[in-house]
Design a protein. Structure first.
Length: 203
């Protein structure tokens, strides 16, 4: 039986990885085997991820929360999936989409086909959501410039990651406690952030 690992990625130094760590340790994964990476999925300088890939052996298991932990773009997700499953022979476990797990007991040709469709669909959705967030962020900054508002430190309030957390909270995918923990904000600051995101989305 191979070793069990987990990959945790947050996109900025300010984001809190505690929620994901709690989830992975709850699965019985040793802390030494939980790799925490604070890099954008689009970064070309993912040293910890590359180190993890080199460390993985045939038969090892790698847990990820969702497939955009591998990359933030369509081609990148599919390529890293291929490297891990085909080239390295690693078992992948995707917590939010168990159907993608590669250790299925019943793995007929139809099962493989359906898993491939689901993987490509989620890879598309990951890149589409990222592009949408970036576009909203750019629109918000452009609107602020046009209105003559100062764009010093406050512009960090509308980072793509913060917008994503707010949208997850507003769509009831996460609780306010989880949102506050991830962003390390007080309720009053978080509600102001929600209003800012709403203003950007209404542009």
């Amino acid at each position: 039986m191979g070793s069990i690992y987990a990959l945790i990625r947050v996109s900025t130094q300010e984001q809190n990885e505690a929620r994901q760590v709690i989830t992975m340790t709850g699965l019985g994964i040793e802390k030494n085997n939980i790799i925490i990476e604070k890099e954008s999925g689009r970064s070309t300088d993912r040293k910890k991820y590359r180190g993890l890939v080199r460390r993985l052996q045939v038969g090892d298991t790698l847990y990820i929360e969702n497939i955009d932990r591998l990359s933030r773009d369509y081609d990148g997700i599919l390529e890293q999936w291929r490297v891990l499953t085909t080239q390295k022979g690693v078992i992948l476990k995707v917590l939010d989409t168990p159907m993608l797990n590669t250790d299925q007991k019943h793995d007929s040709l139809t099962d493989k086909f359906m898993r491939d469709i689901l993987l490509r669909t989620q890879a598309f959705a990951a890149e589409y959501e990222w592009q949408k967030i970036k576009n909203r962020q750019a629109q918000g900054i452009a609107a602020a410039k046009a209105s003559g508002k100062a764009l010093g430190r406050p512009k960090s309030i509308t980072t793509a990651e913060k917008i994503c957390v707010v949208e997850q909270y507003q769509s009831h995918k996460i609780t306010i406690e989880t949102a506050l923990s991830i962003l390390k904000l007080k309720k009053s600051a978080f509600y102001k952030l929600c209003q800012t995101v709403n203003n950007i989305n209404s542009l």
